[in-house]
Write a protein that binds this ligand. Structure first.
Ligand SMILES: NC(=O)c1ccc[n+]([C@@H]2O[C@H](COP(=O)([O-])OP(=O)(O)OC[C@H]3O[C@@H](n4cnc5c(N)ncnc54)[C@H](O)[C@@H]3O)[C@@H](O)[C@H]2O)c1
Length: 363
């Protein structure tokens, strides 16, 4: 215990990382590069991935079962970067292993039924949690936030976001940054439409195209398009980074392009600058702020679970509206399987594309 009876600040926090794929390695390497952390255990169900990661990271405790690795290490931070079908079991492994903070990948879950379980388990345990919406550290994302906060656009009335990648990959990111640009206002209802069944069978199950509106309590409206029918962002070449997120007020607009800088038009003229999503630049501050939050309860991580959870509910409400029609009020009151709802409802018609390069994913 610390001097105030709180939990002590440690020189180094012990970390377990489960799921040693692309994002697991990003996390493990970023934790290792920060002198406040020590990666003490890793886990993957794939033995060859586990062996390769152990050799690269020099970690002694390894295993195929996350609960066993967590029980052996008793980490301060339990991090998991599995595909979105594995969530609740990892949350439980982290809590049972004594973690003080769980760092997880987006999306929060695939259905509200599982999202409720994850939320309730975290709230009941009191364990802190963060969700990796690390794009926000990009200088171009930060610049748009700065312009919005400066008042140069006047009082914001609209926030908007588009991405050509599909929902379970990208919608969570889009909503998180829209909420940020709208001062984290509460969402009161949404209304959405969906088309295209191809990606309902993907490991990130999604309609090929989903679009809709969010009404926020401060009167601002959010407009979103995600997937096959979303507009091109012709300034950006890299398909996965063709995302545009912005805010409009009476005096102008400011927007970030995930793979291509930022721009703004205000009463004072037009402005633009660089920046591109970059794991190498975005992961270090994300990891550092985990140490800061563990050190000091007041330094709540900007990617905290409660914020991500609000975005997750908006995404699930979009699915419900697309499947059942009409407006869906927030917060959601009862659990459901939104992907099953979409499987039952999205028409079996060929998807219409917004640009030829989408055909490689949404044929
Ligand atoms: N934040 C971002 O910018 C970003 C970018 C890409 C992916 N993601 C998200 O990260 C997550 C992982 O994506 P990825 O591309 O790293 O996937 P990946 O397939 O490269 O890695 C997942 C790993 O988890 C392992 N795994 C599966 N079940 C497991 C279990 N029960 N216990 C231990 N290990 C298990 C797999 O063997 C695999 O090695 C997804 O949720 C994805 O949406 C986020």
């Amino acid at each position: 215990m610390g001097p105030d009876g709180g939990v002590s600040v440690k020189d180094k926090y012990k970390v377990v990382v489960a799921g040693m794929g692309k994002r697991g390695m990003h996390h493990a390497l970023a934790f290792q590069a920060n002198d406040r952390f020590e990666v003490a255990g890793i886990c993957d169900i794939d033995q060859s991935r586990l062996d390769a990661a152990a050799a690269k990271l020099g970690v002694a405790v390894t295993g195929k079962d996350a609960s066993e690795v967590a029980a052996a290490v008793r980490p301060d931070v339990f991090c998991f970067c599995t595909m979105p079908n594995v969530r609740t079991s990892m949350i439980r492994a982290g809590i049972a292993g004594g973690a003080r903070l769980i760092a997880m990948e987006k999306p929060v879950a695939l259905t509200s039924a599982e999202g409720f379980e994850v939320r309730d388990a975290l709230r009941a345990s009191g364990v802190k949690a963060v969700v990796s919406h690390q794009h926000r550290y990009g200088e171009h994302y930060q610049k748009v936030a700065e312009i919005v906060a400066s008042g140069a656009l006047g009082r914001i009335h609209t926030v908007y976001a588009t991405a050509t990648g599909w929902m379970m990959h990208l919608l969570s990111h889009l909503i998180e940054y829209m909420r940020w640009y709208n001062g984290e206002a509460e969402a009161e209802w949404v209304m959405a439409q969906a088309a295209g069944r191809g990606k309902l069978a993907d490991a990130h199950p999604s309609p090929d195209y989903i679009a809709g509106f969010i009404h926020f309590a401060n009167g601002v409206h959010g407009v979103i398009e995600c997937g096959a029918g979303a507009p091109d962002v012709s300034e950006v070449d890299y398909w996965w980074r063709k995302c545009r997120i912005g805010a409009q007020g009476p005096d102008g607009f400011a927007e970030v392009l995930t793979g291509g800088g930022w721009r703004a038009v205000t009463k004072n003229g037009s402005f633009s600058g660089g920046g591109s999503m970059n794991y190498g630049l975005d992961m270090p501050p994300y990891i550092q702020q985990i140490a800061d939050w563990l050190d000091d309860d007041e330094k709540v991580h900007p990617c905290n679970f409660e914020s991500a959870y609000k975005g997750f509910e908006i995404m699930m409400a979009f699915c419900r509206s697309a499947a059942q029609g009409g407006q869906v009020r927030l917060p959601l009151e009862s659990p459901a399987d939104e992907i099953e709802m979409l499987r039952n409802a999205v028409p079996d018609r060929k998807i219409a594309l917004s640009m030829a390069s989408n055909a490689k994913e949404y044929a």
